[in-house]
Design a protein around this ligand. Structure first.
Ligand code: FMN
Length: 209
């Protein structure tokens, strides 16, 4: 656990399908609310497929950047109490624009960091705790992959795009009654970490009665 790090530099080598499927099995050893086991895993198995997914996600962010550039729209939404677009403009617009330009002009993948596979971890919205279930399976996959010598990185940007674009969601085969709670980029790491994870020293609270 201490040596697992987010990997953002991968070798150009696809992961065997059997290994990807083993990782799904490792995911399903996680607990789930009411033991419902309503996970839905989608494997994006090769570099080519990951690039295809990247293009779809980039389309979403291009639309979002175009909208957030519109001052009238931002201010109008803010007036009606919706500050999300303004927040995006202030915090993400520039870096997302750079990421898209880097990919389109130089083929540098700052979204999936050159990963050769992706796993979408989803579940049924009607389950008792679908997000918890998905994230527990996700952590199992991250640790399982690390123990097999694979690198992983969670991609929150992709989760956001899928959650906010019904067309994109449908095009990935995700039904209306399902949601994707995590997107894991994977591959053989092309970097070695010098250090173990460094974490804040978080003190627990105690309750004694
Ligand atoms: C919910 C979540 C979303 C994340 N999204 C991204 C992302 O979109 N891109 C990225 O490079 N890293 C992403 N990360 C990785 C974090 O930046 C990383 O876990 C954190 O910096 C700690 O580093 P470590 O994983 O090496 O310990 C995400 C992590 C989490 C938990």
């Amino acid at each position: 656990m201490l040596s697992r790090r987010s990997c953002r530099n991968f070798k150009d080598k696809n992961i065997d399908k059997d290994i990807l499927e083993d990782l799904i099995k490792i995911g399903t050893t996680a607990p789930s609310g009411s033991n419902c086991q309503d996970w839905i895993f989608t494997i994006v198995p090769t570099t080519k497929d990951v690039a295809g997914l990247g293009v779809k996600i980039a389309e979403f962010f291009k639309k979002l950047n175009k909208m957030s550039k519109n001052t009238l729209l931002r201010k109008g939404l803010t007036l009606f109490g919706n500050k999300k677009l303004q927040f995006y403009w202030e915090n993400y617009y520039e870096s997302v624009k750079e990421t898209i330009e880097l990919y389109e002009n130089q083929g540098i993948d700052k979204l999936f960091h050159g990963a050769t596979a992706v796993i979408l971890v989803g579940g049924l919205k009607k389950s008792s705790c679908p997000s918890e279930d998905a994230l527990l399976a996700t952590q199992n996959i991250l640790l399982g992959a690390h123990s097999m010598g694979l690198g992983t990185c969670l991609i929150g940007f992709a989760v956001n795009a899928i959650a906010n674009d019904a067309k994109l969601k449908k095009s990935l085969g995700v039904n209306e009654n399902e949601a994707v709670y995590s997107v894991i980029a994977l591959g053989y790491p092309n970097e070695k970490f010098k250090g173990l994870t460094v974490r804040k020293n978080i003190q627990p609270r105690y309750l004694s009665f």
